[in-house]
Design a protein. Structure first.
Length: 124
């Protein structure tokens, strides 16, 4: 696995699946070293080279509307937790590239996160 951390920086790309250290955490946030899907776009990465918006990946199976099963589409097995999307400073999270997600998984994750933050006309 190629490192994408400080000292041997490889700028992440939208759709990358990477290992990250999620500690420290609080409350119900995911913790520990785990894979994550990078959902922020490459323009964001160009301007903020150490930051990325990611969704943690868990092996725990839940039937939540905001989770996407990776199925057999990737080496990493599990479920993308779109309800826990966050922007992290990767330079302090020991990132390592694993693989690229299929475009359909990335699109679904971005659509779900957009749906979570979207302000509809009747919600203002």
């Amino acid at each position: 696995m190629a490192s994408c951390g400080r000292g041997n920086w490889r700028m992440v790309k939208q759709g990358d699946i990477i290992w990250l250290d999620f500690d420290p955490q609080t409350g119900h946030e995911q913790s520990g070293r785990r894979p994550a899907l990078v959902i922020s776009n490459n323009v964001f990465h160009w301007h903020s080279t150490t930051m990325a918006m990611v969704c943690p990946i868990t092996k725990t199976k839940h039937k939540f509307a905001y989770r996407i099963s990776l199925g057999e589409t990737t080496q990493i097995q599990g479920h993308v937790m779109c309800d826990q999307a966050k922007i992290l400073d990767l330079s302090s999270r020991n990132p390592q590239f694993i693989e690229s997600a299929p475009p359909s998984i990335l699109k679904e994750a971005v659509d779900i996160v957009f749906g979570i933050i979207y302000i509809g006309e009747n919600e203002q």
